[in-house]
Design a protein around this ligand. Structure first.
Ligand SMILES: Nc1ncnc2c1ncn2[C@@H]1O[C@H](COP(=O)(O)OP(=O)(O)OP(=O)(O)O)[C@@H](O)[C@H]1O
Length: 587
């Protein structure tokens, strides 16, 4: 007891001393300029985004605030490491230091970007599920600057007697640069998955309009291997272990120039980067087999798609069904991947406020239309500028989803919408509604949606489109790589056959040697044995009988494996589609 109290006392003392030291340091003009210089030099992310296009309602300076956040984090880590004290001290001192540092160095213009609920700098040091994580370390890849302008998409619904068209996306414009995480948010059915698929080149071009460019070049099939696409449903083999899954992915996807050992090493590296060491020998699991947890499964899916170091990573609802801590861990991982120079786009349903503040950019969709595109941290400012502000303290994501659903409960009603409602009110007065009812009346979701779409079109859309006209800040040779240079297949046709054969065998070993399958065979053998018991074949009739036995055996062993094989096709179809879409297989 005494020990504990004395150590906590010591921690407090150290914490106080640290705060005093920092405050004194802050007061010194010389040190402050040094820190400023250090900030300029130390921000990896700001370097990766240097010269990038600012495409947010906030206009210029898109990198500066993030730059400040990252360097502040680095500075804090340095000081805390020096003190080598406990977690309590590091948290207390980070908080104090974060406040002093921000107050001292951040320009007023950047204060708008400060994240009130954000815990951006608290890189989760330890994964509660899996232990300490390694930082994502990948070789540099071709940076991909993605721009999309006025993207529309429709599906043609064919009935028995009629054919109709359904417009799903209505003129979506935006961009995502290397080093950034762009979140696509919106209510269910607003078109997030469709937009993600369109951006990933996963839908037919015939029903799609508008311009989508990758480093100012149109989509080509060569991009398939540079784009990682993590689908909403986990497409994994349930009976393979985590290590087997990632090793087979490495063997199939990594270039032929690497040896088998190097490919296996890459799989091991990804396992430790994603914090999957503890469960690497556990089966993935599925509907009938208990396996790894949902968060681990999501990380395996991400690992599958980052193993070949893609330049653009698209994820469909990577946090759905996960608790807020695991979801935060996944988004932190996406942030790390982006920091390694990748462009990351993810759809997200209802993030917590901490999670929301981890996104760099945001697209808010409502019924397939743009309601907002810009910095995630400026979304609230934008909506308050058009008259929609939360009246109570609210998670920004919840507020934005309410708006996208046309729900203005606990949200201020813009003057223009009030005017539109006046007409409705006067009609209601005639039918005798009370004052209270009239006062509480809210505009209908359709009216709110129309207003938000119009506001975005009038205030932001044009300037965003102009921003997208600026060429991407890379040289022509690098740009053309998107168009001409294809990542090589991981293995020759023969090797691929071997890898897929062994993978199939490992996946099915439980099935083939299951008790059910063995008892099926043994039971058939016993029945057949009993039927032909003591048939010695001495006369023509018994010989005929034995010919029947041979016929039965031939038919049984001919059809039994064929039927088993036929039923594996539907099971493997999703994986086959996924691997073909990612250009993993030579066809
Ligand atoms: N092939 C299709 N045929 C008919 N309707 C479609 C098709 N694809 C998408 N839709 C419709 O387009 C709309 C947008 O679908 P999408 O899957 O992109 O939404 P979402 O925002 O991702 O939804 P969720 O968050 O629920 O996954 C939905 O109303 C959906 O029914």
């Amino acid at each position: 007891m005494e020990d504990t109290s004395s150590s906590s006392g010591l921690m407090r003392t150290q914490s106080d001393q640290l705060v005093e030291t920092i405050s004194a340091t802050m007061r010194s003009p010389r040190v402050s300029s040094d820190w400023g210089a250090e900030m300029e030099g130390s921000s990896r992310k700001s370097m990766s985004k240097g010269g990038g296009i600012s495409a947010s309602p906030g206009g210029g300076g898109s990198t500066s605030s993030r730059h400040i956040r990252k360097t502040r984090s680095a500075q804090m880590k340095f000081d805390v490491d020096e003190l080598n004290s406990g977690a309590t001290l590091s948290r207390a001192s980070s908080a104090s230091m974060g406040f002093s540092f921000t107050a001292f160095t951040v320009r007023p213009s950047d204060i708008a970007d400060s994240r009130p609920f954000s815990d951006d700098d608290d890189h989760i040091p330890e994964d509660i599920e899996t232990g300490t994580l390694k930082k994502i370390q990948t070789k540099p890849t071709l940076p991909i600057y993605l721009k999309f302008t006025e993207v529309t998409y429709k599906v043609i619904i064919k009935g028995v007697t009629f054919t109709t068209e359904k417009n799903i996306l209505h003129g979506i414009t935006g961009s995502a640069n290397p080093g950034e995480v762009l979140a696509l948010m919106g209510p269910s059915g607003s078109g997030k998955t469709t937009l993600l698929s369109v951006l990933g080149g996963r839908v037919g071009e015939t029903n799609q309009r508008g311009s989508i460019t990758y480093n100012d070049q149109p989509y080509t099939k060569f991009l398939k291997s540079r784009i990682g696409f993590v689908t909403q449903d986990d497409v994994l083999f349930p009976h393979l272990t985590v290590k087997e899954t990632l090793t087979y992915a490495a063997l199939l996807r990594l270039p032929k120039t690497l040896t088998k050992q190097e490919k296996e090493q890459r799989a091991t590296d990804v396992i430790s980067e994603l914090g999957l060491e503890r469960c690497q020998d556990s089966m993935i699991g599925g509907s009938y087999v208990r396996g790894i947890s949902g968060g681990e499964r999501k990380r395996v899916c991400i690992g599958n798609d980052i193993i070949n170091n893609p330049s653009l990573l698209l994820l469909d609802e990577p946090t759905s069904g996960l608790d807020s801590t695991t979801a935060l861990r996944i988004v932190q991982l996406l942030q790390d991947i982006a920091e390694a120079g990748k462009t990351v786009i993810t759809t997200i349903h209802q993030p917590s406020s901490r999670l929301y503040h981890k996104f760099d950019k945001l697209i808010l969709l409502g019924k397939g239309s743009m309601l907002y595109f810009g910095k995630a941290s400026e979304a609230m400012i934008y909506f308050s500028s058009i008259g929609c502000s939360p009246l109570i303290s609210m998670n920004p994501a919840e507020f934005l989803l309410d708006l996208a659903n046309g729900n203005l409960n606990d949200v201020s009603v813009p003057g223009e919408l009030k005017d539109r409602m006046q007409i409705g009110n006067s009609e209601r007065v005639q039918i005798g509604n009370s004052d209270r009812e009239r006062k509480n009346r809210k505009p209908s979701p359709a009216v709110v949606h129309e207003y938000l779409v119009e506001a975005y079109e009038m205030r932001v859309a044009e300037s965003e489109k102009k921003n997208l006209m600026i060429p991407v800040p890379i040289d022509e040779e690098t740009k053309s790589k998107v168009y001409f240079e294809k990542q090589k297949y991981g293995a020759s046709w023969r090797k691929q056959f071997g890898i897929l054969f062994w993978r199939g065998l490992k996946e099915r070993r439980h099935d083939y040697f299951s008790w059910l399958r063995l008892s099926q065979i043994v039971t058939t053998a016993i029945i057949v044995g009993l039927l032909w018991w003591q048939s010695d074949g001495n006369n023509a009739e018994e010989l005929h009988d034995q010919a029947g036995l041979l016929f039965f055996i031939a038919v049984f062993w001919g059809y039994f494996p064929v039927f088993t094989a036929i039923f594996t096709f539907p099971q493997e179809r999703a994986m086959l589609n996924k691997e073909r879409a990612a250009d993993m297989l030579e066809t």
